[in-house]
Ligand binder design. Sequence first.
Ligand code: ATP
Length: 296
Amino acid sequence: MLGAKAIARAKINLYLEVGAKRPDGFHDITSVMQAIDVSDELYFRQTDGSAGLISVRCSDRRVPVGEDNIVWKAIEVFLDKTCVVLEGGVEVIINKRIPVGAGLAGGSADAAAALLAMDRMLELELLETELMEMASMVGSDVPFCMVGGTSLAKGRGEILEKLPDMPSFKVVLAGSDAEASTAEVYRRFDEMNEPGSSDGMLDRMLEAVRARDLDAVCGALYNDLEAVTTEAEQVEEYKKTALDAGAPGAMMTGSGPTVFALVQGLEEAAEVALELGQVAPVTIITSFAGRGAELG
Ligand code: ATP
């Protein structure tokens, strides 16, 4: 086969507790991650190599298309681990719909999809464990983006425990035009030097997820990075707007600055999105997804 298509799904963090900085520069985290149905599409094709071994193109001009693109890294890791020598090259086109630099792990999702697409395109049929090992070499959130659904993530995010899938609750995203640098947000977290107050919250969240109870999930939403976001005013405004519009819970995802609101059904989602649309430049209605990256 000469080509492959893959779908990359974004994530939100229902719970994100940040621990100490490790000697390797990463932070230990404890997170409940949830895949959502906002996705990029990646089209892979083999080329004659005249444009180089790897070439990446992206519909969003803010995304780097050279070696800095995480898809490039995923392809390199894939070729390295499988010892495949391509006769020509590989070209990737990313149709980007996941907001960039928004705390939704768009890059990591693309990397996960890239590993699946490479496996399909080269007809290797690697084991899931082999792909997951490569995923953790590419980036901390990439293993979760491979599996999707709902998981408890530990370590730097790569140690996963699958949790029961939840109903397809609706999610309203409120995004700004601003990108947040994950590195900068973690630097601010280290500077703050004040531990978060997560006492007992993880147990509450895990119980809520296992009970598949939206109100209980909303009561246990937690994110240590909210306190150090560069977009504090905006995050507060989006959260308040969502709660005033009737959402039972709202929180910043990952390193932000996107805020997500959770609701039961589409009608409530429409109401919340209507109000968020008055204050946020980007609003998206989506839902929990039981899957991660997949072949198209
Ligand atoms: P993180 O995963 O670091 O928490 P995020 O989810 O907030 O980040 P991403 O959309 O993954 O945000 O993008 C972070 C940065 O990664 C972007 O500013 C961009 O420069 C770079 N990047 C590299 N490859 C990609 C890609 N395929 N898609 C999006 N951004 C990418």
